[in-house]
Unconditional design. Structure first.
Lengths: 760, 74, 362
């Protein structure tokens, strides 16, 4: 019997062909396997029908861990010219280039980890041990097809031993493009902070010891550099806090094992699954009662970002020390993309660190770690990057054309929509400065090349002054593409619909800021949106509040609080003066703010949910200065988690607007009688219930069954849980993001699906 | 904390020395508890040198062990 | 130079083990006691107990300076932390339970407790943050005490003081000789403590108590050698003080260090957690250094604390009366991740050493 099988899914770069080869040979079948790029993998099998059936069942049950089978099409064919053996055919060049899936980086697998520790193995103690099932992929691929010569491994020609394994179908390194060993592979070395190499026998373990002694190191990984330090010693942490201009922003840590994580944090089964997954993201976990790390690691927050080691190099750091974790934060100057060039890193980081741990392999694509958290048992992306990008998100429908989305301004990503796949880039960051802009263009260009697409349209935000808007206009002109501008919160809503294959939705979209249709500052919105339309309806929103001092208000939330309390009838001048020490310019500034309220001149208004949370944080004395994105709201959430909704306020909704002023009045009047945790919690519940009820009202009016919650505030556990409860209790379907970030990292995706599925 | 590790003095100034624990990386150690000179091996405990190690003492250990093992060779 | 000595050579180890079997008396049960957490680590990690004959037992005495800090002294540190002083110490101390709380509880409640890698780091911090009061919780035996001494006699900023909790080993060894049912037959004396104090302090054990005493190094060969030497002494009846660690330990010790200790400290009675008061077993800063003595500076003295918590058997473990695996909580409710008693907290604690080398214990 002879059959032809076509397998589609994630079947490239995951050891699929060697697997097919081994299974065919094992089952006494002849024929061939061939990579067909976008069309999948083709297998021709010739043999007895029992053997073919056995092969088919093994195909599903024994496939390589990273492979994902979406579809298997099987046809019986005629033909008599016998195949004498089973062969892996060369992939045709054109075929390789048409939109095949580029594999993301994969953390070291357990088998390689065992070999790393086995004194009899030739790769014993080799820090970059990898195989077909694990290792860097995206970060080293310079161009397609995915062959060693097209990756950063081209600088490391295979030695005889590795070559033998590479060509042996029975070996677990058969066709492993990243195969290497201590003789022919990348080497690691320790240098001073001026880049002078040190003659050290064991650079990784020495690096670990230096960290345990209080030194600060820059460590080169797969997609860039990390800055590492002890999590318990005072000195290195206070130096880091000063140098990185990050007084308060939490540092992520790398723990030596899952048991070490459990010593300091609560880990549920979903969190454990994510932590130990091949993607190895940073997962935000709740600190537990045995948490004993320095308060300088994650100041004033109830949670901490933890990841497990993802290469042999990182595991080896822990070998000769007692430390259960090290700070492992991305080594980038504030608001600039992660460094990937050795010389550049010595220049930029030489002042901060004591030593560098380098390796001599180039990083082709910079890629930050991914960051996630878990709500209940659902995964929530805060940042989708290493391990996930650029694996495409698969939509249920094919787009009308190929589109590139450039995203917005903060926490940005870009993406390419090709047919039914959306390839989202790694985390780019805040596109305000030239370095990040260059990174955006580099990353986008790379996606182009890897997908070999020809985009017909470029999508960007409505904001006229965004850098991405300017870049989009330039691109449209140069490449003769159409340009589409999409409202920020509409992009969020569309992303949610696309992820869950919905035709319509009432989307609760909450974040810090998005450019509204009328140029206003939006951020607490109820939209009605349908999938194939450029249009959306803004059916409801939060009560507009004043932003005294415009942008300054988002940095100093007392200003927002002042505007709201003034509206609520509080003697604002007195209150501001009592808080004057929290203003950078003290009493003078307090008086100026009070004055602006009196004259009412030039005050910008906003419907932002983020700013409401910031204001509550300021009134409760939890946070007076926003030194990093989301800081006041995150700290407010931390406090609220230990409180209860004692105020139990009934949401006031009038004409599609959820009022917030009265809530603030009540909070202000309860400052001395209700605890801070309870006030914080009550504010969250009021907002959540109010938004949910408003959304339900609009859903009923529009005859829509789907309600969703998106925007950066959807990462807030309390809001998300309460909105879900309220919405589901009224019988509606409730949706949140699971495959892409709810925050601005998901904007490009939303932009692209709007342009790709509507007529513009 | 009895843990103390031998290290070689690479440079010396007043009561501070740069020492190498054999890893190729030098660290600073306080030598005010010993009389040490450049090139000496010292035993380091919690950032301070507590004893100078002499080659002849090491050799003595070797001969002690050998002696003990030779003796009672019944 | 150290490389020519084969400290971990398995062949050498085996030939010493054979010699041990040959020289150990066939009748009777022999208990050899060491008083150093690092010795216990070597013994446990390299599985040395499995090389010994059935009737020879090595037990661990109170060799962990963190484990014997009385709860009252932790309480003193907590009180100071509550008063807003910055408490600096080595990592081990953080989770040792006081009467009710530990330093890590204080830290979680907002106290300024900082772990340092070396005493010099704490002093540097105090110099920098001169508006705060810094306290260094000085714990350790004679290996560590000279470090406190040299700094206390040096140039200290006015906002720095020592909460001294140093103890001396020989008095603890003396105590073990009087513990009921213990019936020791020999001592392995601690290597690095001896590097400081020399051999003289151990003379009373051989002269007055007829107790074989051998100063041992920390490599497995060192420990096996000293066990051999002790058994040989018992066999021949020729009881004396021997120095196996002569490459590091000189008979006169470290004179410079001893002089500094003499200048800085007074010897007083000392309270040992789980043991009680031992005469002449603790160090206190001399009157002339009182401005750097935390207790005198802030007028703090807590005499009584709750050393033994319900169910904890540390007080039995540290005098060698029971082994860690004879404690009902060992590796069940008391683990390295969730320690109950001090022996599981410190990296030198007998229970922690056993827990981390479980495979070697069967």
């Amino acid at each position: 019997m002879r059959v032809r099988i076509v397998v589609t899914g994630i079947v490239q770069g995951v050891g699929f062909r060697p697997f097919i080869y081994r299974e065919a040979v094992k089952n006494n079948l002849t024929g061939y396997v061939r990579n067909m790029g976008d069309a999948g993998v083709e297998v021709l099998l010739d043999g007895s029908s029992q053997n073919i059936d056995k092969f088919m069942s093994d195909l599903n049950s024994k496939k390589p861990p990273l492979a994902q089978i979406d579809q298997i099409r099987r046809t019986e064919i005629l033909g008599t010219n016998g195949y004498t053996k089973f062969t892996i055919y060369q992939s045709l060049k054109e075929v390789e280039n048409s939109g095949s899936i580029i594999p993301p980086d994969v953390a070291i697998c357990n088998q390689c980890l065992r070999e790393l520790r086995d004194p009899k193995n030739p790769r014993f103690d080799y820090f970059f041990i990898t195989c077909t099932d694990c290792g860097p992929r995206f970060t080293i691929i310079e161009q397609l097809p995915y062959d060693r010569e097209n990756t950063a491994m081209k600088d490391f020609p295979l030695c005889g031993f590795c070559k033998k394994e590479y060509v042996d179908p029975k070996n677990r390194r058969f066709h492993a493009q990243t195969v290497a060993c201590p003789i022919c592979g990348p080497k690691a070395y320790l240098t001073t902070n001026k880049g002078v190499a040190l003659r050290v026998q064991d650079p990784m373990r020495t690096a670990g010891k230096l960290l345990s002694e209080g030194k600060i190191l820059a460590i080169k990984g797969y997609g860039g550099f990390h800055i590492a330090a002890s999590t318990t010693l005072e000195s290195p942490l206070s130096i880091l806090r000063k140098m990185k201009f990050r007084q308060e922003k939490p540092f992520a840590i790398m723990a030596r094992s899952i048991d070490a994580v459990k010593m300091i944090a609560e880990v549920n089964s979903k969190e454990q699954e994510l932590l130990t997954s091949p993607q190895r993201p940073i997962v935000l976990l709740n600190k537990n009662k045995h948490y004993n790390l320095s308060p300088l690691v994650a100041p004033n927050l109830h949670n901490i970002g933890v990841m497990l080691p993802y290469t042999g190099l990182h595991y080896m750091l822990f070998d000769q020390v007692e430390n259960t974790s090290f700070v492992m934060t991305s080594a980038n100057p504030p608001n600039q993309p992660i460094l990937n060039d050795d010389i550049e890193s010595v220049k930029t980081l030489g002042e901060t660190v004591d030593y560098f741990l380098f390796h001599n392999r180039k990083i082709a694509n910079r890629c930050d770690d991914s960051v996630m958290r878990v709500h209940g048992s659902r995964q929530v992306f805060l940042r989708r990057s290493r391990g996930y990008s650029p694996t495409p998100i698969r939509l249920k429908k094919k787009s009308k054309c190929c589109v590139v989305g450039l995203g917005g301004e903060l926490n940005n990503t870009s993406c390419v929509l090709l047919n039914e796949k959306v390839f989202v880039s790694q985390h780019i960051g805040d596109v305000e400065n030239i370095e990040t802009q260059n990174f955006l263009q580099e990353a986008t260009g790379h996606l182009y090349r890897l997908t070999n697409c020809k985009a017909e349209a470029v999508v960007c935000d409505l904001h006229p002054k965004f850098t991405t808007t300017t870049i989009a206009k330039e691109m449209a002109q140069k490449e003769n593409m159409k340009i589409v501008q999409v409202q920020h919160h509409h992009a969020h809503a569309a992303a949610l619909m696309a992820e869950h294959n919905l035709d319509d939705i009432i989307a609760i979209t909450c974040d810090g800021y998005g450019y509204g249709l009328d140029g206003e500052a939006w951020g607490g919105e109820i939209f009605y949106s349908t999938f194939d339309s450029l249009r959306f309806s803004r059916l409801g929103h939060l009560e507009p509040q004043s932003l005294l001092g415009g942008d300054l208000a988002s940095h100093y939330p007392l200003r927002i609080a002042a505007g709201i309390l003034n509206k609520a009838g509080v003697d604002i001048e007195g209150w501001l003066l009592s808080k004057s020490k929290h203003f950078p310019h003290g009493v003078t500034e307090a008086k100026l703010v009070a004055n602006q309220l009196k004259t009412k001149k030039g005050i910008v208004k906003t419907t932002s949910c983020g700013r409401i949370l910031d204001a509550v944080a300021a009134i409760l004395g939890i946070c007076f200065k926003r030194s990093y994105e989301g800081e006041p709201a995150m700290k407010l959430e931390s406090v609220a988690l230990s409180g209860k909704d004692v105020l139990n306020l009934a949401p006031i909704i009038k004409g599609g607007i959820l009022e917030t002023t009265s809530m603030f009045r009540t909070i202000y009047n309860s400052l001395n009688s209700v605890s801070t945790e309870n006030l914080a919690n009550s504010a969250h519940i009021y907002l959540a219930k109010g938004l949910a009820l408003l959304a339900i009202q609009k859903a009923i009016e529009q005859g829509v069954k789907n309600i969703g919650f998106t925007g950066g505030a959807a990462c807030n556990q309390i809001l998300s849980k309460q909105i879900r409860e309220t919405v589901e209790s009224e019988g509606f379907n409730f949706y949140v993001h699971e495959s892409i970030p709810a925050g601005d990292g998901g904007i490009s995706f939303g932009q692209a699906v709007i342009a790709g599925f509507s007529d513009f | 904390m009895c843990l103390a590790i031998p290290a070689k003095i690479l440079s010396l100034e007043a009561d501070k020395a740069q020492v190498d624990f054999g890893q190729g990386v030098s660290r600073e150690v306080n030598v005010s508890l010993v009389d040490a000179k450049l090139g000496d091996y010292v035993l380091v405990h919690a950032g301070y040198a507590i004893q100078v190690l002499e080659e002849k003492d090491a050799l003595e250990t070797l001969s002690l062990w050998n002696e003990l093992l030779q003796a009672s060779q019944e | 130079m150290e490389q020519t000595l084969k400290f971990r050579d398995p062949e050498l180890a085996n030939s010493i083990a054979l010699k041990i079997k040959a020289v150990a008396p066939k009748q009777g049960h022999f208990k050899i006691c060491h008083v150093c957490g690092t010795h216990e680590w070597t013994i446990t990690h390299f599985g040395l107990r499995s090389l010994l004959p059935e009737n020879v037992e090595v037990i661990a005495g109170p060799g962990c300076p963190v484990c014997i800090v009385p709860a009252a002294e932790i309480d003193e540190a907590l009180l100071l932390a509550k008063q807003g002083k910055v408490i600096t110490c080595f990592g081990d101390l953080l989770r040792v339970p006081g009467s009710k709380f530990s330093l890590i509880d204080a830290k979680a409640a907002g106290a300024d407790v900082r772990i340092v890698y070396a005493l010099s780091d704490a002093i540097k911090m105090a110099e920098k943050e001169n508006s705060k009061d810094f306290v260094f919780f000085a714990v350790g035996f004679e290996t560590t005490a000279p470090i406190t001494a040299v700094e206390a006699l040096g140039h200290l900023p006015a906002n720095f003081s020592f909460l001294v909790s140093h103890r001396l080993i020989p008095p603890a060894m003396k105590l073990l000789l009087s513990v009921e049912d213990l019936k020791l037959n020999g001592f392995i004396a601690p290597g690095h403590v001896s590097a400081i104090i020399g051999l003289k302090p151990y003379e009373i054990f051989t002269k007055n108590y007829n107790m074989p005493t051998v100063v041992a190094g920390f490599e497995p060969i060192d420990v096996l050698m000293s066990i051999y030497l002790i058994l040989k002494q018992i066999n021949t009846g020729d009881i004396r003080l021997e120095n196996e660690y002569s490459r590091v330990v000189h008979p006169e010790g470290n004179k410079k260090a001893l002089d500094l200790m003499e200048k800085a400290f007074e010897v007083t009675a000392g309270n040992w957690r789980g043991i009680g008061e031992l005469p002449n077993s603790a160090l206190q800063l001399k009157e002339s250094l009182k401005e750097y003595d935390t207790r005198k500076k802030y007028n703090i003295q807590i005499k009584q604390g709750e050393d033994v918590h319900r169910g904890c058997q540390c007080h039995q473990v540290i005098v060698g009366k029971i082994r860690p695996n004879q404690c009902p909580m060992f590796l069940k409710s008391c683990t390295p991740a969730n320690p109950v008693g001090a022996c599981m907290v410190s990296s030198e604690g007998t229970c922690r050493v056993w827990a981390k080398n479980v495979a070697a214990q069967t």
